[in-house]
Design a protein around this ligand. Structure first.
Ligand SMILES: Nc1ncnc2c1ncn2[C@@H]1O[C@H](COP(=O)(O)OP(=O)(O)OP(=O)(O)O)[C@@H](O)[C@H]1O
Ligand SMILES: [Mg+2]
Length: 408
């Protein structure tokens, strides 16, 4: 009896040890995958940064029509590629439970108009009409505005993608008792009953053949579904079948917490920002020290800042930046994070250790191709006020810079 008990105990102990080893292995594998994705997305973003930055700059300089046409195609494709990278990263964040929402006040009506504006050129090109019917009631809710924008944009761009030339898309939004409802319907190719149950699964596409007519990875709706659930909402797809159009109904709870209103104004202001284009803030008289080991990045970011009147000084390494810091007396420091020998974390620590009359409390922004939430957290913990990811959106960069430099 005693021997049997001892044996059982030993077995249980062995099983537990085995389980610990397995868990540890799984953790390590998951971390390795995370790191791998972070590195890959970093390497993919870095060239996109120069491509996108320059096309936006050159297009802003009233290029001759043929050149502008070419540039607009480069810009559209660079954005499409940036979105692919972003989607793959989002899915990996979702899988590892690391997709965090930044709650603030979001006005659904604004998010809808911005998303409609964004897809309008693509819709126009296919002769698709978009009608928007927003009820005349406040549609402000507590949400992550940027993520909700992503949801609506994804639904709209699917409708444009899967609707034939000359079709129509309708967007209705209204407030109900406890939630806000957005319905996006189109007259497009519709969804077969057998496919309807799977549209929200990652990598599921009605047409995944090599001869398929539409691009995409099939991640859009999987991300949408997750983001909607994270907001406590629901999303349902409906279609009468192939060729009969599709309707997506989105519901987000509308409880507006007054406390949230008060504390997250700043966040909302930042996340609602959209590429409004032309009225970027001027930066005249602002001396910017720009640090990046990559010459293309220095040049493109420098150009964006100079175009708005900033006085830009360049440092190809953190060491050089630090050596010049005292004599240059910049008003703001913009630095890359991943640099050889001395990285952006060491740089900010060195700067922050200076007395304030030598610039120790200078406003700083990290500009990096590391786009994970934890990278932003690390950058801000190290002492940067803001974190911007490459590829930079010139307009976004300018606005964040103006905000951090106290120019707004
Ligand atoms: N409005 C729609 N009309 C018809 N089919 C749709 C519509 N929206 C989605 N689908 C179907 O659901 C599938 C999954 O959509 P999802 O947005 O996840 O992927 P995708 O658009 O193919 O690629 P991605 O969004 O990753 O670029 C699509 O491939 C398509 O078959
Ligand atoms: Mg899609």
């Amino acid at each position: 009896m005693a021997i049997e008990n001892a044996q059982a105990l030993q077995d249980a102990e062995r099983a537990r040890a085995q389980e610990r080893i397995q868990r540890r292995k799984a953790e390590l594998a998951s971390r390795a995958k995370d790191e791998f994705l972070a590195v890959v997305s970093h390497e993919l973003r870095t060239p996109l940064n120069a491509i996108l930055g320059w096309t936006v700059i050159l297009r802003g300089r009233s290029a001759p029509p043929e050149l502008d046409h070419g540039l607009s195609i480069i810009e559209r494709n660079a954005r499409a590629q940036a979105k692919l990278v972003e989607d793959v990263l989002d899915v990996s964040r979702i899988i590892s439970g690391k997709l965090a929402l930044t709650m603030g006040v979001a006005n659904l009506a604004d998010l809808i108009s911005t998303s409609v504006e964004t897809v309008t050129p693509a819709a126009n090109a296919k002769g698709i009409r978009i009608s928007v019917d927003i009820e005349d009631q406040p549609l402000a809710i507590t949400a992550d505005a940027a993520r909700l924008q992503q949801v609506i944009w994804n639904l709209l761009s699917n409708s444009v993608k899967f609707t034939q030339r000359g079709g129509a898309i309708a967007v209705h939004a209204r407030r109900r008792d406890t939630d806000v409802q957005v319905i996006i319907s189109d007259t497009g190719e519709g969804i077969a009953p057998s496919a309807l149950a799977y549209v929200f699964e990652p990598f599921q596409q009605a047409d995944a053949s090599t001869t398929r007519r539409h691009g995409g990875l099939g991640l859009g709706l999987a991300i949408v579904k997750h983001l909607v659930s994270a907001h406590g909402g629901t999303i349902v797809a409906a279609s009468d079948g192939e060729g009969k159009g599709a309707t997506f109904t989105l519901q987000i709870p509308a409880h507006i917490a007054v406390a949230a209103l008060a504390t997250t104004k700043g966040a909302a202001k930042f996340s609602v920002q959209a590429s409004e284009g032309s009225n970027s803030p001027r930066l005249d008289g602002l001396k910017v020290l720009l640090v990046d080991d990559e010459p293309d990045a220095l040049e493109v970011i420098g150009e964006v800042l100079r175009s708005q009147g900033a006085d830009v000084r360049y440092a190809p390494s953190a060491r050089v930046a630090l050596d010049q810091f005292a004599t240059l007396k910049p008003n703001i420091l913009l630095s890359d994070i991943g640099m050889p020998v001395m990285d952006g974390f060491s740089l900010i620590r060195a700067v922050r250790s200076l007395p304030s009359d030598l610039g120790g409390d200078i406003p700083t922004i990290a500009i990096t191709a590391y786009a994970r939430a934890e990278d932003a957290v690390r950058a801000t913990r190290a002492g940067y006020q803001a974190h911007i990811t490459k590829p930079i959106e010139p307009d976004h960069l300018l606005r964040v810079l103006a905000e951090v430099a106290g120019r707004t």
